[in-house]
Design a protein around this ligand. Structure first.
Ligand code: GLC
Length: 458
């Protein structure tokens, strides 16, 4: 009897667990989702743009939080915001030249400042010396270049009077680990600071602003909402009204693609893609088979950071891009324009180096993913493989170049019709021995950090 009870409750629990993973908010089928996601999975490479008042202090977009600044102290950045060099057409042509197919702009970051002319706040670009709706100009410029446009919108808001102080807020309690959900919090401290604040009014503000963003600027391709941190003195789906927000967004723009930070991960359709942030290339393998986009900075910060010097090399950037595609995902690379509204020289240099590589090699990126299982190379060769399932082309990215020009492809006999270098379409001759193929590459490495061989597979 007891055993039967145990078995029954075990079955009930496992059923509930299965149910938890299949909860859904809409009734979209997997096939419909694949079609909706198609442009995104074909594109593979996008530009993130983090721009706001934090460009003025120029020491990280979290400066208000990191330095525990009050809204009064932060006000000087609003007063001095004057992006006299803002020219989004230039941004768009640089993004396009670098081979990026879409761009996502911070319409509002955690500081709460809006780059658009929202009727629900005065804390917006139209009330600064810029006097313009910067989001509108961004959308027009990027669309004109044929790029898809996306909006980043911060769920967090350290300026709104109804947004309660929580464990990561600029005015949070001192000497606590703000990322720990379990650490004991001084509830009285927060209750005291939050007297009179009303998150239901803030929820309405979120919904109203998202409605503005999704009705006033035409078709928006991506919505990137950021972010949830549930638990003690944190915020998650009930604080944002996530389900309601998601439904509203989908009603206004049914085709839109949504990231995964609304705290709706237990719903199959609570998000469209995962967002591994600032991870190393070797951590990307685990996302294979899912929809995902890794977001990465050129340096350590998203917002403009004048004195930060850990800028990634061209090789590191290419590794991120190629390894993303080789694992079936996207890369969105971030630029933090200066307070004058320009990309700084380091960002321009990085973008130029990507343009150079992409001009010659982008065919191994767009429409590509990981190859079928039977097309493999030994991992110690330091190559990454990408594959275009429509054309049947396999791309070998050479992170190390063989000094004798010889490259053996084990087990490839009979699998390849033709081989060439991608950058100049020059033939790569090959011979076969046993089950293997041996490519004869030029002795001199082609003038690209990572040369690519294109194989026409049978
Ligand atoms: C983080 C940060 C933020 C940045 C974002 C991009 O969540 O809060 O500053 O905008 O990641 O992924």
């Amino acid at each position: 009897m007891i055993l039967k009870k145990i078995i029954v409750s075990f079955l009930l629990i496992s059923n509930m667990a299965a149910y938890a993973q299949t909860k859904s908010i809409t009734n979209e089928t997997a096939g419909q989702k694949t079609a909706r996601m198609k442009w995104f999975t074909d594109a593979r490479f996008g530009m993130f743009i983090h721009w706001g008042l934090y460009a003025l202090p120029g020491r990280h977009e979290w400066v208000k939080q990191r330095e525990r600044l009050t809204t009064e102290q932060y006000e000087q950045y609003f007063d001095n915001f004057n992006p006299d060099q803002f020219d989004p057409k230039k941004w768009a042509s640089e993004a396009k030249a670098a081979g990026m197919k879409y761009a996502v702009l911070t319409t509002k970051h955690h500081e709460g400042f809006c780059l658009f002319d929202s009727k629900y706040t005065d804390y917006k670009s139209t009330n600064t010396a810029a006097k313009r709706d910067l989001v509108k100009e961004f959308v027009d410029a990027f669309r004109a270049e044929g790029l898809k446009v996306g909006f980043y919108y911060s769920l967090i808001d350290w300026h709104h009077p109804d947004f309660t102080v929580d464990r990561i807020h600029p005015q949070r309690e001192r000497n606590k680990n703000e990322w720990s959900e379990n650490e004991k919090r001084d509830t009285a401290y927060y209750q005291n600071l939050n007297k009179g604040k009303d998150m239901s009014r803030y929820r309405k503000y979120l919904k109203d602003q998202l409605t503005e963003l999704l009705t006033k600027y035409g078709k928006i391709d991506i919505l990137w909402m950021d972010f949830s941190y549930p638990g003690a003195q944190g915020k998650g789906r009930n604080d944002w009204g996530s389900i309601d927000l998601l439904k509203t967004v989908k009603k206004l723009q049914p085709h839109i693609i949504i990231n995964n930070r609304l705290d709706l991960n237990e719903y199959t359709d609570g998000f469209d893609f995962e967002t591994p942030e600032q991870v190393k290339p070797n951590e990307l393998l685990k996302y294979k088979g899912k929809y995902w986009e890794t977001c990465q900075t050129f340096s350590g910060s998203w917002g403009y950071y004048r004195d930060e010097h850990s800028w990634k090399t061209q090789r590191q950037l290419l590794d991120l891009l190629i390894t993303s595609v080789a694992n079936g995902g996207n890369l969105i690379l971030n630029v933090g324009p200066t307070a004058r509204g320009e990309f700084d020289y380091r960002a321009n240099k990085a973008l130029d180096s990507l343009s150079y590589w992409m001009h010659a090699n982008s065919r191994s990126v767009y429409h590509c993913t990981y190859p079928p299982d039977e097309l493999k190379l030994p991992t110690e060769m330091n190559t990454r493989l990408t594959y275009n399932p429509v054309t049947g082309k396999l791309y070998i990215h050479l992170f190390n170049y063989p000094s004798d020009g010889k490259l053996v492809l084990p087990g490839y006999k009979g699998k390849v019709k033709y081989a060439q270098l991608l950058n100049d379409a020059s033939e790569v001759q090959f011979t076969t021995t046993g089950f293997d193929m041996e490519l004869k590459l030029p002795r001199e490495k082609p003038p690209y950090e990572v040369p690519v061989i294109e194989l026409n597979t049978k």
